[in-house]
Design a protein around this ligand. Structure first.
Ligand code: ARG
Length: 233
């Protein structure tokens, strides 16, 4: 084909943190998940090779702004703060922040975490919106302390062994982590509803191209097919 005749195609490098099932996680040597597959489909549509670089969640935006990665895709929530350093694609999914507790916890709603006199220890993954909410609403108001972990799974492990009182994290990974541990549950009340999008260096010409590819992949059902493969209704 044309690309082979011209020599190599350029490579799109996706920065992610593959500790976030079902969006990105390790399966043997491979990184799989919704973002991994949508990212690969975008690269294919635009005629690039595709590579995933796994890193700490809070290294993704620096990797993108320094040009080490072409874009960041990691179940990443669009926030006003992040918009100061990166541009975001159109949103491709909704994220919901939930609270995981032990089945017998005295915390029964999000309100219990935020009410006067509360004193809980809250686990989060460093640099995530869960971290930001807990920092502002709980630690910042003297309503408890935060334990920050490199991986969401480590926070949940800590909860399972009784070192902390709850974990604030995105709903889909929460479901996966609760399933993998015994005696945990997700509170019925939700903490926040968010938009996931792909981030780019500011003014990158890739943003528009990726939005174009994403639109086509939504229109032809590819995105929904990938989501349905990983999230059972
Ligand atoms: N949606 C949250 C955020 O943007 C958490 C994302 C964590 N993603 C990951 N791959 N670990 O802050």
């Amino acid at each position: 084909d044309k690309d082979a005749a011209n020599g190599e195609k350029e490579t799109l490098i996706m920065a992610t943190n593959a500790e976030f099932p079902p969006y990105e996680y390790h399966e043997g040597q491979n990184i799989v998940g919704i973002d991994a597959e949508i990212g690969a489909a975008i690269a294919e549509k635009l005629g690039y090779n595709f590579q995933i670089d796994d890193m700490a969640f809070d290294s993704i935006i620096p990797a993108v702004t320094s040009g080490k990665a072409s874009f960041g895709m990691a179940g990443m929530t669009v926030t006003p703060d992040r918009l100061e350093s990166v541009d975001f694609s159109d949103s491709y999914a909704t994220g919901i922040q939930v609270v995981i507790v032990k089945e017998d916890s005295t915390i029964t709603s999000v309100d219990d975490l935020l009410k006067e006199g509360a004193k809980h220890s809250v686990g989060v993954q460093t640099g995530t919106t869960g971290d930001i909410y807990a920092s502002d609403d709980i630690e910042g108001k003297g309503l408890g302390t935060i334990e920050r972990y490199n991986k969401g799974a480590d926070a949940v492990q800590s909860l399972a062994t009784g070192k902390i009182d709850c974990v604030i994290i995105d709903k889909e990974p929460a479901k996966a982590f609760v399933e993998a541990n015994q005696g945990l549950k997700i509170l019925d009340t939700e903490y926040a509803v968010e938009d996931y999008a792909i981030c780019f260096a500011k003014d990158s010409e890739l943003t528009e191209k990726v939005n174009g590819a994403l639109k086509e992949l939504v229109a032809d059902g590819t995105v929904q097919k990938i989501i349905d493969k990983y999230i059972k209704a």
